[in-house]
Write a protein that binds this ligand. Structure first.
Ligand SMILES: *Cc1c(COP(=O)(O)O)cnc(C)c1O
Length: 373
């Protein structure tokens, strides 16, 4: 039997929740289901305020509006990330300053960040790769020292922690994703997490197309109108109802994913030290399991070998500083760690239904591949 790279998981309650929306007759956004999802995220993860969005991409765009990035302002972000991390700020005319990854992890190398800060720097955007936390303590200290905003791209980090804090809840704002490829899904969906008190009301305005409609419905103002720029960032109640079923099943989903992750780690961590690197066993949310091969050739051969065994494994980002869109805008600094992950990182199948049995088969094939190398 073939093992796909990802398989969206259903808890079984999605249909019943969708039926409730159909019966309610209210399909547009910011209704009961949206409010229930937001309340659940806020109480489970101690987030000050959460707003559902149609994607993490949208949540990042609201974040860029909140921090009021102006054309020419500089934003520091990792090169080894998804385009959405960059687009949100590029759309506002910001100058993107790409930072390198750590030598041993795709996350931002916080120790090397201070050298990138100039008088025009306004924002740092850490991305928690694979749901594993960036060094947020050092990063928040650095941000405070230079009066910078911190926007956490926690797209992959739902249900992941750093100490007592949930990821997405540490920076001034955070962004979560509920895309089909993430742990908790809504087809397309996301959430903005607002931790900085002054951003709570402003976020609601950007979210509601630049109007104070939310305040109007709470009876705080007697008319509603256009008070700032914004866009259509709210998901419909159909999306929210589906998401609610997923959020209510989160512990079960996470338990299943953890079983697969732990099996991978147990079987594959002995490969560490032969020049190969297995995803570290530091706190994570079983969002992914990756290996870093010794070369691009070796990675290509491994992916081909697994494909012959009916197993889909995939590489990940292409460094954004070398992308077709950005290469001629980049300032020329080498980012060797990001390049190494671009060439050598491979992700193994990871989804709730994989289970220990599926992970055992995949890991067994990886070990077979390396037996002769
Ligand atoms: C998935 C992902 C996104 C985008 O999420 P969407 O919900 O699809 O918009 C952004 N950043 C990172 C790091 C991601 O992994």
């Amino acid at each position: 039997m073939k093992i796909p790279f990802n398989k969206p998981y259903l808890t079984g309650n999605e249909k019943a929740r969708l039926d409730e929306v159909l019966v309610s007759g209210k399909f547009s956004g910011n209704g009961d289901f949206t409010k229930k999802c937001q309340a659940l995220l806020e109480s489970k993860y101690q987030f000050r305020k959460t707003l559902l969005t149609t994607s993490c991409t949208d949540a990042l765009e609201i974040a860029a509006l909140l921090v009021k990035v102006q054309p020419g302002d500089e934003v520091i972000l990792p090169s080894y990330t998804f385009v959405s991390t960059a687009n949100a700020f590029a759309l506002r005319g910001a100058k993107l300053v790409f930072a390198d990854s750590q030598p041993d992890h795709p996350n931002l190398d916080v120790a090397a960040l201070e050298a990138l800060i100039t008088p025009r720097t306004r924002v740092i955007v850490p991305v928690h790769y694979g749901g594993q936390a960036c060094d947020m303590q050092a990063l928040m200290q650095l941000a405070q020292k230079h009066s910078l905003w911190v926007v956490e791209d926690a797209a992959q980090a739902v249900d992941s922690k750093l100490g007592e804090k949930n990821l997405g809840g540490i920076g001034h704002v955070g962004a979560l994703s509920f895309h089909d490829t993430k742990n908790i899904i809504a087809g397309e969906g996301g959430a903005l997490v607002i931790n900085h008190e002054e951003f709570v009301n402003k976020a609601e305005i950007h979210w509601e197309k630049g109007t104070n409609r939310s305040a109007f419905f709470r009876g705080e103002v007697d008319k509603y109108g256009w008070v700032d720029i914004g866009s259509s960032f709210l998901p419909s109640e159909l999306t929210a109802a589906f998401l609610l079923a997923q959020l209510e099943g989160i512990d079960q989903i996470q338990q299943l994913r953890m079983q697969a992750w732990n099996t991978y780690y147990q079987m594959l961590s002995p490969l560490n030290g032969k020049g190969l690197q297995v995803m570290p066993n530091v706190p994570h949310n079983a969002h992914m399991f990756y290996l870093v091969c010794r070369s691009l050739e070796e990675r290509t051969e491994l992916i081909d070998y697994l494909k012959q065994q009916g197993i889909a494994s995939v590489f990940h980002y292409l460094s954004l500083h070398k992308s077709q869109y950005f290469a001629d805008k980049h300032d020329g600094r080498d980012l060797p760690n990001a390049d190494r992950f671009t060439d050598c990182l491979v992700r193994l199948p990871m989804f709730a239904e994989l289970g220990a049995t599926g992970a055992e088969r995949v890991a067994g094939s990886v070990l077979d591949f390396y037996r002769t190398r």
